[in-house]
Design a protein around this ligand. Structure first.
Ligand code: ZN
Length: 416
């Protein structure tokens, strides 16, 4: 999770950068036609490719987040299934408990009935005694003391005993029944208590599962918010990329329109005065003049004294005129002219530049002056020709010119 947030933070930074870039990526028509340069277009293209890779990363993030969300949803489903099982168990227990409650109710009723019966029996006994007393001679005492002889007394006594015994046995049976019902009810209560305990346990388990589900819900909400943030960033990136693409297209259209307006000559003019014709370095592989290591030379070098004028080899539009920085630092002061036939020429190490980007130049116009700025060991012109963006040996286009190559103190004619 932490790793992802670091990534997301980076993407947020990117979005902020884009919001700074976007005003620049506004309508291209605002830019004056003369301001278009290949370097600008290349920089925008590099921005566009950065955006594309950021978008890829963002999509990978989104996929990760979606996978996490699915995982969390699965977990939630599992928990809900478990909760459902417990819910069913609890309702089963509840049904059992209510059955027991019903049975207990029945037993309670039986007890009440039996107590009522006992009461009734007791009242019957009392009323019998009272009736015997009211009848005078039939009262216990009257019966006992009203006996005419001992044998009658014994008879009467037996009769009273029998009555009492009968009453006692009825009472005893009732008490016994009550005890039995009481015991049965106690057993039912015990069973019910066991069920209540089981129910409490299940409820605790259910509560625990519900707590877990609430946590999973929180995680899902968090993931969803990450997801929508990422989606918003993706939309932002898409907007920025689209704006950048349309700006690049506009600039390219402008530039090619501008370059196409300047017809180019069929051949290249030698960029220095005709008598400055001794080369110190050829195109292609050579030992690096500074490090001595094998190096691929991207143009030709023609030594000349500082301040010597440099001429445009062909008519065209100046697409770069800068003091090189970053990877182009080694060129020092340099100018690139783009020609309508798909070629371009580059002039480097100038002491000063005579043209500015966007400017139209005619073949032979001065574009700058020889110097030794950038990665250079002495005053010379470094001259390059590109055909549709790829460097070629400039000497291919000067086969009719008499040129020499300096090797030590020797000046060797170049056989082209
Ligand atoms: Zn060079």
């Amino acid at each position: 999770m932490k790793k992802r947030w670091n990534k997301i933070r980076r993407l947020v930074c990117l979005a902020i950068i884009l919001s700074l870039v976007l005003p620049f990526a506004g309508p291209a028509t605002v830019l004056p036609a003369s301001a278009v340069t290949q370097a600008e277009i290349d920089a925008l293209k590099s921005d566009a490719s950065d955006l594309a890779s950021q978008k890829k990363e963002l999509q990978a993030q989104l996929n990760e987040v979606k996978a996490d969300k699915n995982e969390a949803l699965k977990q939630k489903q599992l928990l809900e299934e478990q909760i459902e099982v417990i819910r069913a168990e609890i309702s089963n227990i509840n049904r059992q408990i209510s059955t027991y409650e019903e049975l207990i109710g029945q037993k309670t009723q039986e007890l009440e009935q039996s107590e009522a019966q006992e009461q009734e029996q007791y009242e019957l006994f009392c009323s019998r005694v009272r009736a015997m007393e009211e009848e005078g001679e039939t009262s216990y005492w009257a019966i006992l003391f009203g006996s005419s002889d001992f044998s009658e007394l014994l008879d009467n006594y037996m009769m009273i005993e029998e009555i009492i015994e009968y009453d006692n046995s009825v009472m005893e049976a009732l008490v016994q029944l009550q005890e039995q019902v009481e015991q049965e009810r106690a057993e039912l209560e015990e069973a019910k208590a066991a069920l209540e305990e089981a129910k409490a346990k299940q409820q605790a388990a259910k509560t625990e599962l519900e707590t877990q589900e609430a946590e999973v819900d929180k995680v899902i909400a968090e993931i969803s918010s990450q997801e929508s943030q990422l989606k918003a960033m993706e939309a932002e990136l898409n907007r920025a990329a689209a704006a950048l693409d349309s700006q690049i297209k506009d600039l390219e259209r402008q530039m090619s329109a501008q370059i196409n307006n300047v017809p180019s000559e069929s051949g290249f003019l030698w960029p220095l005065a005709g008598n400055i014709n001794v080369l110190s370095s050829l195109y292609g592989s050579r030992p690096d003049p500074i490090t001595g290591r094998a190096d691929n030379h991207t143009g030709i070098d023609v030594p000349a004294s500082r301040g010597t004028p440099i001429y445009a080899a062909k008519s065209g539009v100046v697409i770069t005129s800068v003091y090189g920085s970053g990877s182009s630092w080694s060129y020092g002061n340099y100018v690139v002219v783009s020609h309508s036939d798909g070629t371009s020429t580059l002039y480097a190490h100038m002491s000063s530049r005579a043209v500015s980007k966007g400017q139209t130049v005619k073949q032979g116009d001065v574009v700058g002056y020889v110097g030794t700025t950038g990665r250079s060991t002495g005053n010379h012109l470094h001259f390059e020709i590109r055909v549709n963006g790829s460097r070629v040996d400039p000497l291919n286009y000067f086969k009719d010119k008499t040129l020499y190559y300096r090797s030590g103190s020797q000046k060797v004619p170049l056989d082209l």
